[in-house]
Design a protein around this ligand. Sequence first.
Ligand SMILES: Cc1cc2nc3c(=O)[nH]c(=O)nc-3n(C[C@H](O)[C@H](O)[C@H](O)COP(=O)(O)OP(=O)(O)OC[C@H]3O[C@@H](n4cnc5c(N)ncnc54)[C@H](O)[C@@H]3O)c2cc1C
Length: 471
Amino acid sequence: MPASYDVVVIGAGTGGYVAAIRAAQLGKKVAVVEKQKALGGTCLIWGCIPTKALLEHAHAFKVIQDAKEWGVTMPAGAPAIDMRQVHARKDKVVAGLTRGVEFLFKKNRIDWIKGTARLAGTGRVDVVDGDRQTLQASDIIVATGSAPRGVPGIEIDRKRIVTSDEAIHLAEVPRSLVILGGGAVGVEFASIYRRFGSQVTIVELLPRLVPLEDEAVSAELEKSFRKQGITVLTGTRVERAAATAEGVTLQAQTADGKTQPLAADILLVATGRSPVTTGLGTDELGIRMDKGYIRVDSLYRTSAPNIAAIGDVITLDGVAHPQLAHVSSAEGVLVAERLAGQEVRPLNYDHVPVCTYCDPEIGSVGLTEAEARARGYDVRVGSFPYGVLGRAKMAGETEGFVKIVADRRYDEVLGVHMIGPRSTELVAEATLALRLECTVEELVRTIHAHPTFAEAVGEAAHAAHGAAIHL
Ligand SMILES: Cc1cc2nc3c(=O)[nH]c(=O)nc-3n(C[C@H](O)[C@H](O)[C@H](O)COP(=O)(O)OP(=O)(O)OC[C@H]3O[C@@H](n4cnc5c(N)ncnc54)[C@H](O)[C@@H]3O)c2cc1C
């Protein structure tokens, strides 16, 4: 007799494991099939957690390098990075969190079936390796996530030409690093390895770094990166890259049409991620797909009955979907509640906060100025620089600003875009403001504690009304 469950989840990333826990909380009998040796998926094992742990090391190194400014006397000689200790600490953080998910599975009586799952028909999942068996399920949630995407013509050998999966484990700090892709992953690794001492070059095809952010944010990041000694080549296409015994040679075409040779110890390809659906059985079941992604509706139903899909592996009615951990988790909660018979409403993707942990870090939510104008709003904006704040001066972190995009007619806050210290934390206030359909006036009247970085949010609201106090 096959083991029988109310819900079988395929994949234990931040989408799948959260869906499983929520379904179990609501009384469902749940199994999760996960092929990796640990739970937590991309976010915990290769993504959010290891990269942010490395960024914390980079930040600690920065403070130590600035010891003189802080009045700390150091023994003679320049401080140096010990990559063995860096990786040991990072891996300990990762292991602690993945074991934490295992604990939560036990607490919620969720069975972890170790192996690779394949959809085998309505209500059936085959585990084709590991704990081989067939599982029966009233409902199936596919949360198989994504994997690094290559670039045609560039062979990833995982030694000289690497993806983020290898870049989190480099045994030594490369003397030079070229990063292909100026999106979130690319700029975070640029910050990490520049601080550790690498010569870093970022090559981005589009005209600006972090191209999905507000243009003012991209410009500020580029200014700061150049100041830090990072070479930024935007509007540049890499035409060829080849690994050699000593490193990597590249040929790029710059924005003005010139051919530019580049060379580095390591090339990091950070040009996006592809959905993981190979061998999953979606074609055999006739599930509707979009270029390898599973197409779902606003409540994450696939075209097959009783099979839902969430997270990095989906498109929403054919539209690209943000590949973010917290988005996959929110979708997991929603699907679990729907399967338990609760009333659920589609998520509002305009209210998804996006955080990029480069230095200076970025937090944003809602419409950029350009998007708001394109949607026909009568836009007004207000910006406030962190550099004016007492708290920022004390911390020695004075780069960046908070920018509010608002609708002049109803005074509604449409978007908030921050670059600078603690932006990834401050964006929480902005997210709540959008969720509650706040006006700029309400942000102005909200008392912000002094001295805090959050005062920049209140002051940006004042600025949107043309009356910043401290400018
Ligand atoms: C370097 C990097 C940094 C990132 N930083 C951030 C960040 O700071 N903030 C943020 O929000 N997002 C970040 N992300 C994105 C985030 O990690 C993903 O959006 C998130 O992990 C998606 O979750 P998921 O559950 O959809 O898929 P995944 O986390 O990819 O999990 C899918 C799981 O399914 C398993 N699986 C796949 N196929 C099968 C099968 N057939 N059978 C059994 N198991 C299977 C996989 O082994 C995997 O464990 C980052 C990503 C990267 C690469």
